[in-house]
Design a protein around this ligand. Sequence first.
Ligand SMILES: Nc1nc2c(ncn2[C@@H]2O[C@H](COP(=O)(O)OP(=O)(O)O)[C@@H](O)[C@H]2O)c(=O)[nH]1
Ligand SMILES: [Mg+2]
Length: 329
Amino acid sequence: MPTAADTSTLTIALVGNPNTGKSTLFTALAGVRQRTGNYPGVTVEKKIGHMEYAGQRWALVDLPGTYSLAPRSLDEMVAVDVLLGRRDDVARCDAVLCIVDASNLERNLYLVSQVLELGLPTVVALNMTDIAEDRGLKIEAARLAERLQIPVVPVQANKARGIDSLTAAIHGAVRQPAPARSSCFPPVFVAEVDQLEKELNAGANGNAESAVPRYLAERILLDAGGYLDQAGIARTGSSGATSSDREKIRTHVQAARARLAEAGFPVPAVEAMARYDWVGSMLAGVVARPAQRQESRRKKGHRQSVSRSLGQAPVLGVHHQAICGRLGN
Ligand SMILES: Nc1nc2c(ncn2[C@@H]2O[C@H](COP(=O)(O)OP(=O)(O)O)[C@@H](O)[C@H]2O)c(=O)[nH]1
Ligand SMILES: [Mg+2]
């Protein structure tokens, strides 16, 4: 099977929370070779940059900054569709470059956990390393990379530091299939996504092009009142779906949500619980603060809550393992 590395142009999507330095990094990579337009039918800016690396042309797609890949509007659906290769006006992504703010890892890894579910080769650019350092945070990038099973490259985008290592990491990542990984969701939830995915694709006859990607099946289940719900789910279904097919799916989704609530994993709460648990287990022992001086009781209490938010509380890891299921792939 040909890998992405064989195609003439690599398409790489840049995703990250707002203000993580995504556009700065985009410019550090593409320089002036960038074009800005609009995605048709939405107010989302379409920014594509070009560069060359190791004799290969790269197209970089700067996606709008977002905290989550849970589309609540047609605008937010654009980023998800680009990442899932569902837009005619953007080539299918060969890799994802996820920009994270090193000084705010916990919040940023929430998005990473969603990105990893897309199953694309992914590289994390650990940006704002200067700010993290100023705050006395010591981040073990190699340990984080091992946990995430993807390259994690420290950079400082506004000074173009770390760019060579980053491009080399992307070059390497597209030459390897994304590793199989555990779902961070409880098994009962994973089983519901399995079922819904089957139901959604019942009419697809094994046609991968028209099939609803697993990530969207998961979103349909999670995002009650979200964009996919509002759009009548038809947006995701195979083109031949009738209104009775859609009604069947709607009924299935409602019953699945009721079963999950009954099992103690109601949507949407199950997502924050599962992802932050996962983030805690990824960050355990990865972020260290400098040795603290003798502190008052009050300050010590505060520090403990910070450590917990950095995922150093063992209870988080134990809980994560207890609820974790395996994806079928
Ligand atoms: N200190 C520091 N500032 C950075 C770094 N990278 C970007 N910035 C600054 O952070 C701000 C937000 O960057 P921008 O690229 O617009 O973020 P975006 O919203 O993710 O596209 C800008 O003022 C950048 O100059 C970095 O590594 N360190
Ligand atoms: Mg930007």
